[in-house]
Design a protein around this ligand. Sequence first.
Ligand SMILES: *Cc1c(COP(=O)(O)O)cnc(C)c1O
Length: 456
Amino acid sequence: MIDKKRFILPENEIPTQWYNIQADMVNKPQPMLNPGTHQPLKAEDLFPIFAEECARQELNQTDPWIDIPEEVRDQYKFYRSTPLVRATELEKALDTPAHIYFKNESVSPVGSHKLNSALAQAFYCKKQGVTNVTTETGAGQWGTALSYACRQFGLELAVYMVKISYQQKPYRRSMMQTYGAQVTASPSMSTRAGKDILTVDPQCSGSLGCAISEAIELAVNTPNCKYALGSVLNHVSLHQTVIGLEAEKQMEMAGEYPDKIIACFGGGSNFSGIAYPFMRHKILDGYNTQFIAAEPASCPKLTRGKFEYDFGDETGYTPLIPMFTLGHKFQPANIHAGGLRYHGAGAIISQLLKDGYMSAVDIQQTESFRAGVLFARTEGIVPAPESCHAIAATINEALRCKEEGKKEVLLFNLSGHGLIDMLAYDRFFANDLIDYSPSDEDINKFLKDVEPLQAK
Ligand SMILES: *Cc1c(COP(=O)(O)O)cnc(C)c1O
């Protein structure tokens, strides 16, 4: 008999504040730089692009706790708290002494964790009187989340969707349109950034870096319009900490504390979300919890990238961010985990990785789908291709526990479900997916353009 399978927080225990790890970090992230002057960035420099409150949160290195606005908390009640689940059947299938828990962010109305930040960003835009929002989306998860959030707060949204996903994931496009957003395949001919790329490479299947350039360009050229980003930046990670703050209370209900916390890694938002509230105790109280980011082998910025100043987008419209990067012109292979096809990691994560607070592993796509299928056949949920990377890394840990005869408590974040990604599963079952790692030469080609890591 199962002791207890799911741990749910009552509505009145949903967190009322987000956790800002910047305030507690021993080595603060190095400053982002204004791309024009190379001077440390001020919040005002970001006002033309982002909602002002998001810009202030981005650079806030002093307040560890930031109130979640009541309007956002009301929206969180539509789907939060999300369940913490003991993966009992996966444990049995692996015959491991490890206890495996997962935080199920796939229960949000749009199917992923992305809504946690979309609602906050849309609210802050609305609050300052913005009417129009632009964004990019890879697999379509962020675009879908922001479409929903903009609908809730009465904002118009234009989405640039990476072309390969636009073609492979038509139902995410339908979802965005259902919520009322306008969706354009990127690169497009509607922006200078898109035109520049298409004239060099008409067959370009797009990248997040390029779609971001297009969305920023539209935002700065449209009155009363702001841009919203779904990952990478500090304020996005901040909003996602609601995941880990809930999980902390739920692990307490389960009577256990995680030894290892694992999440997949695109730009770092779901990893940050589940990790930072626990990492707080590693920084402040000396806990030795380990944190593992699982990235795709085809886009290995954490395991093979360089820590340098780089742009967040392909054209170079964003501030220079101190990040582990493959170079902002790196073109990731067309793997099915579209949400992980991004060249860099956020400033906070990059500093934490450099300082040894966390580690990273890379996972090949067929290994990730094997893990996802085992998870579906044991725990019943078909995971998003992105989340499959976290599951694969967790399974590797659980098998190591078995080998060493160790009982560890593992916690991973199930960032989303894969019900709109079944084409990817079809390809996997047809043995149609290839594993791929870029050569050192491929990686160095794009790292050449990256700035040395120093403020000028
Ligand atoms: C976007 C996405 C990711 C990757 O983004 P992070 O910012 O690294 O979390 C992972 N899982 C799902 C389901 C996503 O939609």
